[in-house]
Design a binder for this molecule. Structure first.
Ligand code: ADP
Length: 542
């Protein structure tokens, strides 16, 4: 057919090839677990990624098989992003903040063939390894000099730099199907176990295009981008891919995410844009305020994962001239759905009105459609007032969970987000509540059902309900409401101590409130929204 365009598949490796050929000199700077700072270029990244791709082939990793990573944001993690996905395998980023039992469940469910880990997580991976059968080898992401003298992983433990040194950088990225899987990320199940979201090459590249646009994250070759959001948290919101696409300098913070470390890195590397959850920015702002300092290069920051308060937006914009881009997304959305950037006429509005707009989660990127629906599934008007279930569909929205027997979560082709929202006449969406039964503390999920299950193991508990209560530092923290057995003398501290070792430390509820009963709805389910109304401010008042 005349005039038809070339068929070039949208694959992750093409992002790296582009960066190598067109931005080969651009820098990637990483603060390492070892404490020092590492610098190299995209050209070197690409070479080492190809060496690692050869190493993966030697290790017997087959196309489509999963490779786990348990790592901070750094250049070796970046190499794996491309070595694994580029060679047709699936990069499975693991969240080190999870409890060993959950990590074991996720590794086994994903059938990870190899797990790469930063040395920080050696004790964690040594606790997980006896619980899982799938990984054949574990790779410590360090050099020979920093390898542990002894490890229970014994001869299954390999050294990352040895693998790099042993392999050649001649490797042709295979022509993979753009609809095949490139990466996998688990999200907290609202009931039961965590669920895997499998991203395709195509969905990832399309998300990269859209998220880099001026009205989205607004990234370009003269940017120095600091992804504070972890690479195990929905691919650092796509920034590793975006940086390759636009040729931006990348600055990786490693494990040091406190205000002082971040501020020093931002200034030393002249970072122009960053992204992360509100909790991290609180620490940064507190540090900068205490110093009486400001930012010399930072121009904007993307804030999402939890609502960004107007106070935070004001602090960044008015005190530091750093624009805030409030964003909303989900693991199931790769993750970005909306970003709050002004339309033309809004740029000249008075500041209070602008701040009101910026409290909203923003408008859809091209590639994502959204609507809010009422109880019968009817679409509600875009009037900024009618709140309903937020539904989305688009190029980078999951239609089914990975290796799941459950029915597709879609309803009439739309993905129900579990968020309650309004949409205004200009298309700006605002989250007003959440219908899903999870707690989001410092941007990370806590499963309320997992907390309730532990509480029910205690002989003094008759009914246990865990809700998200608002918290000044962490946005939300779990609050446990308990009806005691009639003859029980159970005390709050005793029940809280019962969680030690049974869940990750930060999953333990901050408080227990004993109640006489909990409200039950017509279908026999606890009416958590009523409990949230009654107890949701608990941590703001104690
Ligand atoms: P991420 O934290 O990367 O956005 P998750 O899948 O961990 O992805 O969490 C998604 C959920 O987090 C959303 O469904 C919503 O409940 C909440 N969330 C994300 N961004 C925001 C935001 N800007 N404001 C309020 N809630 C948000």
């Amino acid at each position: 057919m005349q005039g038809l365009m070339m068929q070039q598949p949208l694959v992750v490796a093409s992002l790296l090839t582009h960066a190598e050929r067109h931005h080969g000199e651009q820098l990637i700077v990483s603060r390492r677990v070892e404490g020092d700072v590492h610098r190299y270029t995209y050209r070197q990244l690409a070479k080492r990624a190809r060496r690692m791709a050869n190493a993966l082939a030697t290790l017997g990793v087959q196309p489509g098989e999963r490779v786990g990573t348990l790592a901070w944001n750094g250049y070796r993690h970046m190499e794996l992003y491309f070595a694994v996905s580029g060679s047709g395998s699936v990069l499975h980023t693991l969240n080190p903040r999870l409890h060993v039992d959950q990590l074991a469940y996720i590794i086994e469910h994903a059938q990870d063939r190899v797990v790469f880990f930063d040395m920080t997580f050696l004790p964690l991976i040594e606790s997980v390894a006896p619980l899982v059968r799938s990984p054949k080898v574990y790779v410590a992401m360090t050099d020979r000099a920093n390898m542990p003298q002894e490890s229970s992983l014994a001869d299954r433990l390999l050294c990352y730099e040895d693998l790099i040194n042993l392999h050649d950088d001649a490797f042709d990225w295979p022509l993979v199907d753009e609809n095949s899987a490139c990466s996998l990320c688990y999200t907290s199940g609202t009931t039961g176990n965590p669920k895997g979201v499998l991203y395709s090459h195509r969905s990832t590249v399309l998300h990269t295009y859209a998220a880099a646009l001026p009205d989205a994250m607004n990234c370009c070759a003269s940017d120095a981008i600091l992804p504070v959001v972890p690479m195990f948290h929905v691919n650092a919101w796509g920034l590793p891919y975006i940086a390759c696409m636009v040729g931006a300098k990348l600055v990786f913070p490693g494990p040091a995410l406190d205000g002082k470390s971040l501020y020093e890195l931002i200034e030393e590397e002249q970072v122009t844009m960053s992204a992360g959850v509100p909790t991290v920015w609180q620490g940064l702002l507190a540090h900068v305020d205490a110093l009486g300092a400001t930012f010399s290069s930072m121009r904007r920051t993307v804030i999402g994962g939890a609502a960004c308060s107007t106070a935070m937006t004001e602090a960044f914009q008015n005190c530091h001239r750093v624009d805030v881009l409030h964003a909303w997304g989900m693991t199931e959305l790769s993750p970005i759905g909306t970003i709050c950037s002004f339309k033309g006429f809004q740029r000249s509005l008075p500041m209070p009105q602008q701040l009101e707009i910026q409290a909203k989660q923003g408008r859809s990127l091209y590639g994502i459609d959204m609507k809010v629906v009422g109880p019968q599934g009817e679409e509600l008007p875009w009037d900024g007032k009618s709140a309903g279930d937020l539904m989305v569909r688009g190029h980078w929205v999951a239609q089914q969970y990975f290796a799941s027997d459950d029915a597709s979560p879609l309803r009439d082709g739309w993905f129900p987000t579990g968020d309650i929202a309004t949409i205004d006449g200009y298309g700006f969406m605002q989250i007003t509540d959440r219908s899903k039964d999870v707690i989001k503390s410092g941007g990370e999920w806590i499963s309320s059902s997992a907390i309730e299950n532990v509480a029910y193991l205690h002989p003094g508990v008759s009914t246990a309900v865990c809700i998200a209560a608002r918290h000044p530092k962490w946005d939300e923290r779990p609050l446990l409401l308990v009806v005691k057995k009639p003859d029980s003398k159970l005390a709050g501290d005793e029940l809280l101590a019962y969680f030690d070792g049974r869940v990750a430390r930060w999953w333990k509820p901050d408080a227990v409130v004993f109640v006489d009963s909990v409200p039950i709805g017509a279908t026999g389910k606890v009416l958590k929204n009523q409990l949230r109304e009654r107890f949701g401010s608990y941590y703001l008042t104690v």
